[in-house]
Design a protein around this ligand. Structure first.
Ligand SMILES: Nc1nc2c(ncn2[C@@H]2O[C@H](COP(=O)(O)OP(=O)(O)OP(=O)(O)O)[C@@H](O)[C@H]2O)c(=O)[nH]1
Ligand SMILES: [Mg+2]
Length: 419
């Protein structure tokens, strides 16, 4: 099965907690602090794998989590790092992170950090200062970053085949490459894109054969526009037209139908180099239709071929190579219009909203600090309060009219406010 769109959620590993411990040595009455830091949580990466052609396996597993870091240990031992997780995705996959375009993986083996593992909490050894020689304080590990990811595959090909169903697109692909797509005498034989590699006179290029489109595709008729995104990166389109006249329709009318649909899909498709291929010239009525076609399109080069017998195919391949070297007046890679533009929004360190009498505080920094504090330890609590004070939370709450006994909520934690 071919799957080209999936949503998954990622959670990087949480950092390990810091350790509180004091050295115990023979004949030394009070050893110094020796609690080690927790290990960092595992990161999650995406890697572009040229051997993958579908997102199918990811659609079975919507949630991924990297390993947590381990807690710090006495004798200044650091906790072990959580293992990173590397998820392989097909070349040509657009990665949207929390709704915004994050990266477009186009190079084989390219590896990108998507969510970062949490920092390990500091152990009490690292809180030691000159006047503070025996700290009983350690941090909890930082939570791993999380993200909602949408993946959208856009195959990487140089030439795209377009045309009505049954025009002979898959037959042509099988003639010029080692690909063996399904071919049959009824429309919509091809239900998912096929890729084929072509070697011609020491030139290599990739062709994408996509399902046929029909009149009204822009309104969702037939298979609609679903697969056209796979030819958006291509430089050249080969428009395959059946000139046997078998469907009772005039091939030139069919040509105009497809052109019209392509324009409705994107103004860029019509700006690519287009090769017009008149197929099935081995069939008796074809010459009549070709003549008619030429009358309408005097200025354009036309390539008459038979995908079955192979006649005319060599000239067509030559033209394909020529068109691939000809520059386009736009970059097809820049044509990714449907993707929302990244917005940079200034965010204050924290925000306070009153909800049902509760003072709800939000903000990444303040929530992370809260997550990492061990509230059952006096020193940790004191440090936490000091930092909040420095950030100006107390002043802000007082301005908003907080009174002793009111409830303050930060992340998952709730406190009773006391002056
Ligand atoms: N006589 C003749 N028949 C052809 C030629 N090319 C393709 N056909 C036949 O036309 C039919 C449709 O061919 P396909 O290659 O499946 O057409 P397609 O464009 O891929 O069709 P969809 O996948 O439905 O979009 C098959 O029965 C082919 O054998 C040709 O050059 N000559
Ligand atoms: Mg086909």
């Amino acid at each position: 099965m071919f799957i080209d769109k999936v949503s998954i959620s990622l959670t990087a590993g949480r950092g390990g907690d810091g350790c509180i411990s004091f050295r115990r040595e023979k004949y030394v009455p009070y050893g110094g602090p020796d609690g080690g830091n927790g290990g960092k949580g595992g990161d999650i990466y995406f890697e572009a794998d040229p051997h993958k052609t579908t997102l199918l396996d990811l659609s079975y597993r919507p949630k991924f989590k990297a390993e947590n870091g381990q807690r710090g240990l006495p004798s200044d031992k650091f906790g072990r790092y959580g293992e990173d997780l590397i998820i392989k995705i097909p070349l040509g996959t657009l990665v949207l992170k929390n709704g915004e375009l994050f990266v477009d993986l186009k190079t084989a083996g390219e590896r990108i950090l998507i969510v970062k593992g949490g920092r390990g909490g500091r152990g009490n050894a690292s809180f030691k200062t000159g006047k503070y020689t025996a700290p009983r304080i350690a941090e909890k590990g930082e939570p791993g970053e999380t993200a909602e990811i949408n993946l959208e595959l856009r195959l990487i090909a140089d030439i795209g085949f377009v045309g009505l169903p049954n025009a002979g697109k898959s037959t042509l692909l099988s003639k010029i490459s080692a690909a063996r797509p399904k071919i049959a005498d009824y429309p919509f034989t091809t239900l998912a894109p096929n890729l084929g590699v072509i070697n011609y006179n020491d030139k290599h290029f990739v062709v994408a054969d996509i399902p046929g489109i029909i009149e009204g595709a822009h309104e969702g008729k037939g298979l609609g526009f679903e697969f056209l995104r796979h030819i958006r990166r291509t430089k050249v389109l080969a428009h395959i037209i059946d000139v046997s006249g078998f469907d009772g329709k005039d091939p030139y009318a069919n040509y105009k139908i497809i052109n019209n649909e392509l324009k409705k899909y994107s103004k860029y498709l019509a700006k690519k180099h287009i090769i017009i291929v008149l197929n099935k010239i081995d069939l008796p009525d074809s010459q009549k239709h070709i003549k008619n076609f030429k009358k309408h399109l005097k200025t354009k080069k036309l390539f008459g071929i038979s995908a079955t017998t192979g006649s005319g195919v060599d000239l067509l391949l030559k033209e394909m190579v020529k068109m691939l070297t000809k520059p386009l007046d736009f970059n097809p890679e820049e044509e990714i219009e449907t993707i929302p533009v990244k917005k940079y929004i200034y965010e204050p360190e924290f925000k306070v909203n009153i909800k049902g009498g509760i003072f709800v505080v939000t903000g990444v920094k303040i929530e992370t600090l809260t997550e990492m504090t061990k509230f059952n330890e006096d020193e940790a609590l004191r440090r936490y309060q000091n930092i909040l004070k420095k950030m100006g939370l107390e002043i802000k709450l007082e301005k908003m009219g907080i009174k002793s006994g009111d409830i303050v909520k930060i992340g998952e934690f709730e406190f009773t406010f006391e002056k």
